[in-house]
Write a protein that binds this ligand. Sequence first.
Ligand SMILES: *Cc1c(COP(=O)(O)O)cnc(C)c1O
Length: 396
Amino acid sequence: MSMQNPVFIPGPTNMPEAIRQACYMPTIDHRSPMFGKILHPCLENVRTILKSNSAHIFIFPSTGTGGWETALTNTLSPGDKVLAARNGMFSHRWIDMCQRHQLDVQIVETTWGDGLPADRYTEILKADSNHKIKVVLATHNETATGVKSDIAAVRAALDAAGHPALLFVDGVSSIASMDFRFDEWGVDVAVTGSQKGFMLPAGLAIVGFSQNAIDAARDAKLPRTFFDINDMAKGYAANAFPYTPPVGLMNGLKLATDMLLEEGLENVFARHHRIAEGVRQAVSAWGLELCASSPDVYSDTVSAIRTPEGFNATEIVTHAADKYGVAFGVGLGEVAGKVFRIGHLGSLTDVLALSGIATAEMVMADLGLDVRLGSGVAAAQEYYRSNPAASALMAA
Ligand SMILES: *Cc1c(COP(=O)(O)O)cnc(C)c1O
């Protein structure tokens, strides 16, 4: 048993004991059918979690950031045009990566707290009549602001313009926690990592490629070695990676994905929604506001909470760690010092969420904010009592 408090950062997330043990593996021959018995179920389970029948799944020893690089370098050439909205730190970093790879990014500046502006995408794509734009980037869940975007609407923008650009979606903090529909949304590359919804340590970049994205690799001139999907595919055909795979993490991923599928994806999403809603009820009882500008963009995996003008929100995070040994997320970039974040994804229950809400209250009271002890907890309790979990025993 662990005596450690749960963490309330939006990744890495809390690890169920069984997953931890699955990562703790004796050495095996990583170029053998024995590794194949871990690898192939992982690829299949990830495809199911993406809600795809045909996506090509690649898993690299890396993190979500390596997944972005895999998406770009396998499909694009220097100077290629990419369309992206910037509405938070993660969309900003993906844009920055594009620029460092000498891509020409058309940036749609978007208020931090808003979702992706699909209508602006439609206008821009319609105006791009000779199809210079090769890829549209979309961050499904902007972890910095707690904002979920409508990926179906981005697909509809591409379709309305009759535009052939590929659609790349950052699902690092949504996939395996919030509904994600690779096939239905016509996603061409989906990117995620191991340490958020998959409840594992950091160390895996997990990506899905459509056939169109695979085909784009033929002409793509950006240099790639470590993240080459064709080398990886050849490795998989021989029950291997092109280099040494992190076998323990892969074994953990096999168990994590089995657990998610056993719980049932819709149940996983409902659990995240319920837990998130309890947190939101607490925020409103505190008299505070979310960074997310409207309910349709509220994220079910992370809440970024605005603190009153003149108060440094980062103090909440520092004080919670120092005094109570509990981790919350700091504000990043434009909203640094203005928000603190409660991560509520991965292996969590109502009871764990209540402990995070209770801790946040103690911290805010300690720091002199006008928050009554128990107010947020009571609001969340009322919500959880009247919306009971489908299954009480998930985070075993
Ligand atoms: C965490 C995160 C990333 C970065 O992933 P790393 O695993 O830290 O490289 C990218 N995008 C989003 C939306 C994230 O939440």
